[in-house]
Ligand binder design. Structure first.
Ligand code: HEM
Length: 412
């Protein structure tokens, strides 16, 4: 891929005509408001750090499968001056940032095991894990939900899928969240060393786990993947390690934030929470609507390989482009009353944009949806009398978004 322009390359950006430049501060203060204000007049806006946002649903759908929009390979770590080490390898060796045949080679060993039909077998297990977490604090009558449930569930599910010992989950979870920070555009340069160190530790942990499975195969997902990957001989040892690291990273913070936001939104719209408790068949629609209304992932990124016209604006070649699914999810052209949270809406697209589109569409979508549905089902069945004492604040306008705390209580 052609070398990407660095953020400081202002001269090149100056050639990019009259598109508004939005600052991180104003976007962080009111992301929905800012996107709404600009979306009608501008299909594309610029970010002060040099990238571009595509704002409209139809444009994002089209660009997601446009071959001129390439995955960013190692461009992101390079922008931070990271040119070697575990974080760099995550981008160099992983499927998410790979293109063409390399991407297909890295993703295909997982396609079948992550398909909806296979993942459905995990539903009872995920429900049990949710029930167990709830029981661990139910008698207290109140809990800080982010730490004691939402952080635990995705890490436990992915840990169980990989057959990791339960005792490793707390330290493993900490490492995962430290690495994930690097995927958020709000990360500051001085936070990068902590992410690098966590990524290094995670890589070693995965390497050891894989060595263990090679020595003593089990009847589990990891042993199965390893046997097939070794037999096919298409992935290098480093690629094998980093596909697993990427699965772990992709499957935790994204789901954690979504688990929190769906409960918060339902409790903030009490009639809809009560409806879900009375009628669990509403749960899949509730999950979809929460992801539309307050998505845990705000955008996915690409690099333009040439100038691309987007509804009258031009995305210049060799630029970072953020396809803002967060903006698309409230596009007035795509949804009726997009700024209203309504689990009964009938205009939800079959493929939820929040999971991306095209070759890189989320590999873990089926798993994520089951986690979201089963955690909600467990909470609605066990504690319908839930009260929201302190709502979480969700921040961020690109990449994975962040939440703080959420306090709930009930009469046991
Ligand atoms: C609510 C939860 C989730 C959301 C919102 C989400 C969102 C996304 C998005 C938008 C992409 C596409 C990125 C792109 O096109 O550049 C993606 C890719 C990916 N996701 Fe997820 N994800 C979630 C959960 C999960 C889970 C549970 C796993 C794994 C266990 C996972 C693993 C992956 C992987 C491996 C990729 C890369 C796929 C590829 O490049 O071919 N995700 N995800």
């Amino acid at each position: 891929m052609a070398e990407i322009m660095r953020v400081e390359d202002r001269e090149a950006l100056a050639a990019v005509e009259d598109l508004p430049v939005l600052t991180a501060a104003e976007l962080d203060a009111d992301p929905h408001g800012m996107f709404r204000r600009y979306r009608a007049a501008y299909p594309v806006v610029r970010h002060e750090t040099g990238g571009y946002f595509v704002l409209r649903h139809a444009d994002i759908e089209r660009l997601s499968t446009d071959a001129r929009m390439a995955a960013s390979e190692t461009a992101r770590p390079e922008l931070f001056g990271v040119t070697e080490g575990a974080l760099f390898d995550l981008f160099k060796e992983g499927m998410l940032t790979a293109n063409g045949a390399v991407h297909r080679r890295r993703r295909s060993p997982f396609s079948r095991s992550f398909a909806a039909r296979t993942m459905a077998d995990l539903r009872p297990h995920i429900r049990r894990a949710s029930d167990e977490l709830i029981e661990s604090w139910y008698a207290d009558g109140q809990v800080e939900f982010v730490d004691r449930f939402a952080t635990q569930l995705p890490a436990r599910v992915i840990g169980d899928l990989l057959g990791l010992p339960r005792a490793d989950i707390p330290s493993f979870t900490e490492l995962v969240y430290a690495v994930t920070r690097f995927l958020s555009t709000s990360i500051l340069p001085d936070e990068v060393p902590e992410s690098e160190s966590a990524c290094q530790k995670l890589r070693i942990y995965v390497e050891r786990t894989l060595e263990d499975r090679r020595r003593t195969p089990r009847d589990d997902f990891l042993s199965d993947f390893l046997a097939k990957a070794d037999a096919a001989g298409e992935l290098s040892p480093l690629e094998i390690v980093f596909q697993i690291v990427q699965l772990i990273i992709g499957g935790t913070d994204t789901t954690r934030v979504a688990v929190v936001m769906q409960l918060a939104l339902l409790l903030q719209h009490r009639e809809q929470w009560d409806a879900v408790c009375r009628d669990p068949s509403l749960i899949p629609d509730a999950v979809a609507e929460a992801m539309r209304f307050e998505p845990s992932v705000a955008s996915f990124s690409r690099v333009t390989t040439e100038d691309i016209e987007v509804s009258g604006a031009v995305l210049p070649a060799r630029q970072f482009v953020l396809l803002s699914t967060m903006s698309a999810a409230r596009d007035e052209e795509a949804y009726e009353r997009p700024h209203v949270f309504d689990i009964r809406r009938t205009d939800q697209p079959r493929l939820l944009p929040i999971f991306g589109a095209g070759a890189h569409r989320c590999l873990g979508e089926a798993l994520a949806r089951i986690e979201l549905e089963e955690s909600l089902a467990a909470l609605a069945a066990r504690i319908p009398q839930l009260r929201l004492d302190e709502a979480p604040t969700i921040r961020g306008h690109s990449g994975i978004r962040r939440i703080d705390i959420m306090r709930i209580s009930w009469q046991p």
